[in-house]
Design a protein around this ligand. Structure first.
Ligand code: PLP
Ligand code: SF4
Length: 449
């Protein structure tokens, strides 16, 4: 049983403005605190007392994986940028001057990777439909305007550009009618993936406004909700004031005959470890919804095959189905978290071989890049020459899916755009955006949802 007296506090965000009030904070050394203060001007963080009290092991800070995932680190900024901000702070510069510098630095961090803006926004009646992306035939991504923030701002996540208020980059949709109109006109869309931010930050009554109208659309078979809340704020599913109402909404989706899939973002097995996290999983599953888990592979957080094997097998035990392992995309603090493709594959292979077939539903490592979700199958030799073996798990062009192809081996490659076709036969698999989108770097889509 969950004890409300000890765990039942209401959600309260911890950010750079109030983090100093945490008892744990004063025990950290001054340099570490200053680094968080400086880096968070560019890459903001957000936490809550559940995350701070139950998931972070403060005796292991700064190396604790949940601490790393939540609080920015000095190395996430180029030294030159870090020092520039620090110098202005030390010189007590005007706020406007500091803000301008912060903005400049943000734009150097590729706030909008993968041609998301220009390539995936669908058209309806000659107008672009905001708040949606339609990249793969059968699945539409929907970004409800009320779900554009998260319980925590994962430091690696491409959505940071939305959180820091770069307005012209913000996807938002005011109306779910538009979504319904679009899916009615596109019966090839079987899946609606509601994402964010984190849609589970919405009150149930708001979420219902988006979901209910979809239940009447026959061609929609699956509603997916991408969320980090199962691990960062499981109270959302258990003891929050509208948690019961949320379970009733899930019941209703299942009763309508649609598949409801909660795409849980789990980065580390510690996120399964608390009573509250387990209670949340149990409640969601009791509605008939499935939970699947996915996460990027991140240096400093989960670059250890045992961590993944444990996460997948504990997940299976609780009925959480392993889905994707992503390669960290090229935005934000990428350099800090980056793992080379060959290392990612080795790690995946080691973790995968150590779990039973039940956990081998997971696919990866996968890069969400311009042409599609590119899966690194491994490294092989062709007539004595080393090569990467790749395939698309998803592609704009469905005909490319599940056709193995090759790239020249490069031990340092860490993203799709570091790769080159192995031979002329592989060239059709390497697709770049049109030149007029040259401002948008060629590469990826991925991450959490
Ligand atoms: C990952 C992704 C999807 C979902 O792909 P699945 O392989 O069906 O999980 C849909 N749209 C975009 C843009 C994606 O990146
Ligand atoms: S990874 Fe998910 S939970 Fe984390 S910041 Fe990105 S969208 Fe939010």
């Amino acid at each position: 049983m969950i004890d409300r007296a000890t765990t039942g506090q209401r959600y309260r965000a911890i950010t750079r403005f109030n983090v100093g009030e945490l008892p744990q904070w004063s025990s950290l050394d001054a340099d570490l605190r200053e680094a968080v203060e400086i880096v968070s001007m560019v890459l903001p963080f957000r936490a809550n007392h559940y995350l701070v009290d139950q998931l972070i092991d403060w005796d292991r800070v700064p190396d604790d994986p949940m601490f790393r995932l939540t609080f920015p680190h000095r190395d996430m900024l180029e030294d030159e940028h870090f020092c520039a901000i620090r110098d202005l702070l030390w010189a007590e510069a005007e706020k406007a001057e500091i803000d301008a510098l912060v903005k400049r630095i943000r734009y150097t961090l590729n706030p909008h990777p993968a041609g998301q803006m220009s390539h995936n926004v669908p058209m309806m009646d000659g107008e672009p439909v905001s708040g949606m992306q339609h990249k793969y035939r059968e699945t539409i991504l929907f970004f409800p305007s009320h779900g554009q923030t998260c319980h925590a701002y994962c430091t690696f996540c491409f959505r940071w550009a939305q959180f820091v208020g770069i307005d012209d980059l913000k996807f938002a949709s005011k109306e779910s009618d538009q979504l319904v109109r679009y899916v009615r006109r596109h019966p090839e869309v079987t899946d609606v993936l509601i994402t964010g931010g984190d849609p589970m930050i919405m009150k149930t009554s708001v979420l219902r406004r988006y979901i209910e109208p979809l239940l009447a659309v026959e061609s929609v078979q699956t509603i997916r909700i991408g969320t980090k809340s199962l691990s960062y704020w499981p109270q959302r599913f258990t003891i929050d004031p509208d948690a019961d109402e949320l379970m009733r909404l899930f019941d209703q989706v299942v009763a309508s005959g649609k598949h409801l899939a909660i795409m849980g973002h789990y980065s580390h097995p510690v996120e399964f470890s608390t009573e509250m996290a387990r209670a949340a999983i149990g409640r969601v599953r009791a509605t008939g919804a499935n939970i699947r888990m996915q996460s990027p592979l991140l240096r400093h957080i989960n670059n250890d095959p045992q961590v993944w094997a444990q996460m997948w097998s504990e997940g299976v035990q609780m009925g959480v189905i392993p889905y994707y392992m992503f390669v960290e995309r090229d935005t934000g603090a990428r350099k800090y978290f980056e793992v080379s493709l060959v290392k990612a594959w080795e790690l995946f292979q080691q973790a995968y071989q150590s779990v039973s077939g039940m956990a081998r539903t997971v696919r990866g490592p996968s890069m969400s890049c311009f042409p599609g979700k590119c899966h690194v199958l491994g490294v092989t030799e062709i007539a004595g020459v080393k090569a990467f073996v790749l395939e698309y798990l998803q592609a704009r062009d469905p005909n490319l899916v599940r056709r193995p192809f090759f790239a020249k081996f490069d031990p340092n490659a860490s993203w799709y755009d570091d790769l080159e076709p192995f031979s002329a036969a592989d060239e059709p698999f390497f697709i770049s955006p049109e030149p007029d989108d040259a401002l948008v770097p060629l590469s990826i889509m991925s991450s959490a949802e």
